[in-house]
Design a protein around this ligand. Structure first.
Ligand code: G3I
Length: 343
């Protein structure tokens, strides 16, 4: 946290409410506040949890997290307003018309983003919008894209972002996506949609590049990672590393070193993007300044709670994060610290 703040860089992590507010494990909160300057709620702001019934909002956990971040002088990356997952039963069972679904989504965005207006720095407005069949070049199927917006990509993107902008005009608003960190058809498809949107003035400020990396054989090079960042920065869109983790099946030295190398490659690309762009200079898109890499966030920080490798949550212990199950720094953590110290 101290080193990143010197670089004016957000270093963040996803946070689980149960652990943060547990009286039995104060080390979770202590480590979090010591090592990071930004938090993302892992689940507390998802539709399913915050809006479980048509007229019921349960803000308790999200309120607690926002206050905790403020009390610890940390910034807040809010997650997420529109997603094809984590939707409560009532949205499907209501068999609503397209216009009713649109008004449900607009009310949801207006209410949730409006509640934290001015208190959160960033919102993942649209989470994982692209189709899994990477050659399709269209958004993934969801009740929002298919039913509310009748597969109108332009209306889908522009409406949700404009609603969020009206609710919280100062927060940076973004799309959060996986599998678009290196060159591939899905990455191109997302880029093309976002480019069109910003050319028509849709308030998209950043793209979250998740960076869940599973392959044990190969790592993406700094150059490859940087090239995806550069093209967004050039058209005036920031990028952020949003859900970094590196699954490893073994914890021998070779695997831990490979994992450390991944964390550093991603950091190096993010810092290189900051070096090569100047947010005070015009971008290739009229009316927008150049973008940069605004943050580096992992999806959890201790292997005790969550990481890839069979799932997420208390019972799914993996080895994908920066600290081990006892909150000890792993080689990845030490490498990130050394890299920040030397640059
Ligand atoms: O807390 C409830 C509990 O009350 C309920 O009885 C139980 C039964 O279903 O579910 C519990 O909620 C689970 C929740 O995690 C908390 O543990 C949900 O079912 C489960 O779906 C949820 O999984 C989360 C998943 O997103 C889906 O929302 C993971 O924790 C979370 O790490 C994961 O995060 C996603 C990002 O939002 C987007 N990018 C990928 C990332 C990893 O999959």
């Amino acid at each position: 946290r101290a080193l990143a703040s010197k670089h004016d860089l957000h270093v963040g992590t996803a946070v689980a409410v149960n652990q943060l507010f547990s009286d039995y494990e104060p080390i979770y909160a202590k480590t979090l506040a010591h090592s990071f300057n930004m938090i993302t709620p892992e689940n507390a702001m998802k539709f399913q949890f915050i809006h479980p019934e048509p007229d019921v909002y349960t803000f308790c956990e999200a309120d607690g997290l926002v206050k905790w971040a403020e009390d610890n002088s940390m910034d807040f990356h809010a997650h997420t307003l529109v997603w094809d997952e984590a939707i409560p039963w009532w949205v499907f069972e209501g068999k609503y018309s397209a216009s009713k679904l649109k008004s449900i989504l607009k009310d949801h965005i207006t209410t949730v983003a409006g509640r934290y207006r001015g208190r959160v720095q960033e919102w993942d407005v649209l989470n994982e919008p692209m189709h899994d069949d990477t050659d399709k070049k269209i958004p993934r199927h969801s009740i929002w894209y298919d039913n509310a917006f009748d597969k109108d990509i332009d209306a889908y993107f522009s409406n949700v972002f404009n609603w969020a902008k009206a609710a919280d005009p100062k927060a940076l608003l973004g799309v959060n996506e996986f599998g678009v960190e290196t060159s591939c058809p899905k990455a191109d498809a997302l880029f093309d949609i976002v480019k069109k949107q910003i050319e028509k003035g849709t308030p998209i400020d950043f793209i979250g590049l998740q960076n869940h990396w599973a392959s044990e054989d190969s790592l993406p090079s700094v150059k490859e990672l940087l090239s995806q960042m550069t093209r967004y920065n050039e058209i005036g869109v920031h990028v952020r590393i949003s859900e970094l983790d590196k699954d490893i099946s073994k914890t021998d030295k070779k695997s831990l070193d490979l994992q450390a190398q991944f964390f550093v490659n991603v950091l190096q690309a993010c810092l290189a993007a900051r070096d090569q762009t100047d947010v005070t200079k015009p971008s290739k898109t009229k009316g927008r300044m150049q973008g940069t890499c605004i943050g580096y966030s992992t999806w959890g920080f201790t292997d005790k709670y969550g990481s890839l490798g069979g799932g997420y949550g208390v019972n799914n212990i993996g080895h994908g994060l920066l600290m081990d199950q006892n909150y000890n720094p792993k080689p990845g953590y030490n490498s990130v610290v050394s890299y920040l110290r030397q640059t």
